[in-house]
Write a protein that binds this ligand. Structure first.
Ligand code: SAM
Length: 224
């Protein structure tokens, strides 16, 4: 059985798609989808040797080697142009996910859906999507084992987001569920802590700028 976090990602994969799961680790997500018959073909990509071996082992163990290929490589370099129509990247920071997309732009030609699950820093992903002609179509925020996760789904298309939408997520902002409230309450407390440390430190132009930035974010969090 998948974790709630990975199940939330799985939920968004269109039936019958060809997927690449980047940073797949044990390849749990592609194995689950292929076994269910929900995905025709999957690539499990891994950059690190240990997780790459785990993925190979899992796919063999489940007898899925005819429909899942495990490839070792950095980000989207494990994909040949046109091989897949959906890409999932889960369980990493948003900045890393955005940089994987940026470096692999040339592999996105025939890709129609991105399902991204940042643990932190979803903002970097929303910025990247908007700057590269992708638009969010759905978002989920959930809590599992004391941690809060976001899932971002994007299709090809133009988008423009306000500063608040980039930070909080245009869909999450409308819904504002319990996990959302908790995440931003915690973030706000964290920013307030950093702010009070900054105020005690020596003031210069750099700290002034940082202070203003934090004050702005705290105000935005208070508003939601
Ligand atoms: N996707 C799985 C999940 O959500 O449960 C595994 C998440 S695990 C925390 C992150 C994985 O991403 C690690 O196995 C790591 O080796 C891999 N990874 C990190 N950077 C990567 C990159 N640039 N390309 C491919 N894999 C990467």
């Amino acid at each position: 059985k998948l974790s709630d976090r990975l199940a939330a990602v799985a939920n968004y994969l269109p039936h019958g798609c060809r997927m690449a799961d980047i940073g797949s680790d044990h390849a749990y997500l592609p194995c689950h989808m292929v076994k269910k018959g929900a995905v025709r073909f999957a690539i499990a990509g891994e950059v690190a040797e240990g997780p790459f071996q785990s993925a190979m082992k899992q796919v063999q163990l489940e007898g899925l080697t005819d429909r899942i290929v495990v490839r070792k490589g950095d980000g989207l370099e494990v994909i040949e142009p046109g091989e897949v129509d959906c890409i999932t990247v889960a369980g990493m920071g948003g900045t890393l996910i955005a940089s994987i997309l940026e470096s692999g732009k040339d592999k996105l030609g025939e890709v129609t859906k991105l399902i991204l699950q940042p643990n932190v820093g979803a903002m970097a992903i929303r910025r990247w999507l908007s700057a590269n002609d992708w638009k969010l179509t759905s978002e989920t925020i959930l809590k599992e084992d004391g941690k809060i996760y976001e899932v971002l789904v994007a299709d090809k298309g133009e988008s423009k987001y306000t500063e608040a939408e980039v930070l909080f997520g245009p869909y999450l902002l409308k819904d504002r569920n319990e996990a959302f409230q908790e995440k931003w309450e915690l973030e706000k407390q964290n920013w307030q802590r950093i702010l009070s440390q900054l105020e005690q430190a020596e003031q210069n132009e750099a700290t002034d700028e940082k202070r203003l930035e934090l004050e702005k974010k705290i105000k935005m969090a208070e508003e939601v």
